[in-house]
Every structure is written in structure tokens, then in C-alpha cells.
Design a protein around this ligand. Structure first.
Ligand code: ADP
Ligand code: MG
Length: 361
């Protein structure tokens, strides 16, 4: 543990990720656009509809149904709600099977598959460490945790301690295993909203939660949806700088980074809210942000977190091996300068325009 003066020397800067690192360009809904927004999952959601927009009564129904859908997802997956199903899972005794809804099961299945694919860089049981480092429901800590606390939390972490023995059944091998789906929940929510809109006959829309996005169709004929990638700058985390622009149609994108939710210690060390389960400490390296493209947003969201942990050297070969997945790493050379490293198909898949070259397509 740190003593009092060391504790005081830690400058705590926690910036809530109110707006994501991806943002929708030119938010000026015209007569042929409908725009809704609201709050969910500790951040904001927004939906834009393009093309033939339903009448106002139908729009009100859609907005209400989006709210209800997101509330239902939170009732299953929010670790901030003690009544949620995930909270019930987290109170479950060891080796006791529990039935869970198909949706929650699906998100857990995806998370365990991703944990396997990434050698545990992504781990849905990492919650005790997230919390210990001050980024979970218990809120900020003012001191780095001690070795004994880290070891105690670490013994509870490990995706092999979470089992899915059959469809819609979950089991923990230790009672104190704690499941946190925060790294994929926003992406899952985006997909759920997008699928609901498709089921209602909507063909062109952009769905966004906390900066994770999914584009369906085009914003107008021949014009894809334009999404800005924020420059991952600690000094201007709420978005003064633009790294580049993505053009998306029938595609999802998500970003993970260390510049919207972090601590800076007195020695200048930055502690990110993404934990490397292999070291039991905040992931720390030169990657400032990772933007991932995938057909669906849960995949993009989960991989963004995993790739942030892995960094480009370990991460890019995995991306190249996954069909339909592309990634852009923004590497921090120093506070003022950034370098990009992308998978081979990234630029083409998103018509990526680095900032400065933007033509206003
Ligand atoms: P954000 O958009 O807030 O950056 P992310 O998708 O990057 O969200 O997920 C961050 C959240 O994921 C953390 O707050 C924590 O709950 C969880 N998390 C942190 N590290 C990991 C990890 N290695 N694997 C899985 N989940 C993680
Ligand atoms: Mg994520």
C-alpha cells in the first residue's frame, strides 16, 4: 500500500467516457432524417434514420421501444444494478448451475470464445481487478492496490472459472468469480437496437451507444455514413482532434482507448480502465487507441478491448486471421505525435481518410 503522502501525490483524473471515441460527422438532421437519443449504460445512445422516415406517431413508438429494449438489456447485463441477472450470477455459489436468458447466454458465449481466441487478453471475469484499480462499481481508488490485494483479486480471475455447460446454463467454479460484460455490452446493445429497427422495415440507419456504432444501408443514395475517429489525445479527451474519417455501410465500428477513462500518476504513468488479465495491472503500452471494423458491433467492441490489451505486434496477426475483422491502431509516440498501424484491409473496408486528407465525401 502507498503511504499517505504518496497517496496524495497521485493526481486522480477520471474522465467519464460520456462521448465515445467514434463520433458521427455532420450531425444536422434534415427533413429526411429522424434523430433520437437517450441515456443508457452510463453513457448516451443515439439513432439516426435515413430514407423514407416513418410518420411522427410511428417514430414515437420506435423511440419508446428502443428505450424499453435497452432497459431490458440492462436488467440482464448491468453490474451496476444489484437486481440484474448478471448480478445474480455474480452471487451464485460454486458449481451451482443457473438458467439464464438466451441473450445473456449468447453474450457470455461470445465473451468466452473471444477469451480463447485472444489467449485471455480479453477476459469477462477480470472484474475484480477492474474494481481493485478503481474502475468498477466501487468507484475510484486513491492509491494503487498492494501486492496482496492484487494476488487476492487475481485468484478470482480466469475465464476457465466460468462454464457454460449447456445452452442457457451458466456455472462458476468458485463462488467469488465475478462476471463483467462491460467490454461488449454497448456493442451488443447497438446490435439489438439495429436488429429491432430492421425487423420494423427500416433499411437505412445509424445506431450508436457511447461511440460504438453500426451502420445499416446508406445515409443517402451513394453516400455512406461518416464516422469520425477521435485523435487519442489525453489533453483534449473530449474530442478536439480528428484522427480520420470512416465511411460505413452495413458495418459496425468500435474503439477502445486509454484517453477517456484513466488516471495519471505523479510520475506521469497513465493507468487505463482496461486491465491486462495476464499482468493483473492496467494495460500499458504505446497503443493510445484501437478502432475495429466488424460486421456486427459486439464483435467490434469486444475485439477493440482485446486488441487494446494485446497491442499491434500480437494483435494484428490475430486480426488478419479473422475474416471480416479489420483494425486501426493509433500509437502514441509522445503527447503530440501519433502513428497509425492498420490491418491490411482496414483502409479499403472503411474508405478510411486520415485527417488532413478529408474530402467531405
Ligand atoms: P469503453 O468504451 O468504456 O472504453 P471498453 O469496451 O473498452 O469500453 O470496455 C471497458 C470495460 O471492459 C472496463 O470498464 C471493464 O469493465 C472491462 N474490461 C477491462 N479490461 C478487460 C479485459 N481485459 N477483458 C474484458 N473486459 C475488460
Ligand atoms: Mg470493448
Amino acid at each position: 500500500m502507498l503511504n499517505k503522502s504518496q497517496t496524495a501525490a497521485i493526481l486522480v483524473i477520471i474522465l467519464a467516457a460520456a462521448a465515445g471515441a467514434l463520433f458521427v460527422m455532420k450531425r444536422t438532421p434534415s427533413a429526411d432524417f429522424a434523430y433520437f437519443q437517450g441515456n443508457t449504460m452510463g453513457t448516451t445512445w443515439s439513432v439516426r434514420l435515413a430514407g423514407p422516415v416513418p410518420d411522427s406517431a410511428a417514430l414515437a413508438v420506435i423511440q419508446n421501444d428502443i428505450e424499453l429494449l435497452l432497459q431490458n438489456i440492462n436488467r440482464e447485463m448491468s453490474i451496476y444494478d444489484p437486481e440484474s441477472i448478471i448480478s445474480e450470477v455474480n452471487r451464485l455459489e460454486a458449481d451451482v448451475a443457473m438458467n439464464v436468458p438466451e441473450t445473456l447466454y449468447g453474450v457470455m458465449r461470445f465473451s468466452l470464445d473471444l477469451a480463447n481466441l485472444t489467449g485471455g487478453a480479453f477476459d469477462p471475469t477480470v472484474g475484480p481487478l477492474v474494481n481493485l484499480w478503481g474502475f468498477g462499481p466501487d468507484g475510484a481508488v486513491r492509491a494503487s492496490p498492494g501486492t496482496d490485494q492484487i494476488e487476492a483479486a487475481r485468484s478470482r480471475v480466469g475465464f476457465e472459472k466460468l462454464k457454460l455447460p449447456e445452452s442457457n446454463v451458466v456455472l462458476k467454479t468458485r463462488a467469488d468469480v465475478y462476471v463483467d460484460l462491460g467490454a461488449v455490452a454497448k456493442g451488443f446493445g447497438v446490435d439489438a437496437v439495429a436488429e429491432m429497427l430492421v425487423a420494423r422495415g427500416i433499411t437505412s440507419c445509424l445506431v450508436e451507444i457511447g461511440g460504438e456504432v453500426r451502420a445499416l444501408g446508406m445515409r443517402k443514395p451513394g453516400r455512406k455514413w461518416r464516422i469520425g475517429v477521435q485523435r487519442p489525445n489525453y489533453r483534449a479527451p473530449s474530442g478536439s482532434g480528428l484522427q480520420g474519417v470512416l465511411h460505413l455501410a452495413d458495418m459496425a465500428a468500435a474503439t477502445s482507448g486509454d484517453y477517456q477513462n484513466f488516471y495519471v500518476t505523479d510520475s506521469g504513468q497513465t493507468l487505463s480502465h482496461i486491465i491486462d488479465p495476464r499482468t493483473a495491472a492496467p494495460a500499458g503500452h504505446s497503443t493510445a487507441g484501437v478502432t475495429v471494423l466488424a460486421p456486427d458491433c459486439m464483435t467490434a467492441d469486444g475485439w477493440a478491448t482485446a486488441l487494446y490489451v494485446l497491442g499491434p505486434e500480437a494483435g494484428l496477426p490475430l486480426v488478419e486471421a479473422q475474416p471480416g475483422l479489420e483494425a486501426l491502431f493509433v500509437i502514441r509516440e509522445n503527447d503530440q505525435s501519433f502513428r497509425e498501424m492498420a490491418s491490411s484491409g482496414f483502409a479499403a473496408l472503411a474508405d478510411y481518410e486520415p485527417a488532413g486528407l478529408e474530402t467531405g465525401k
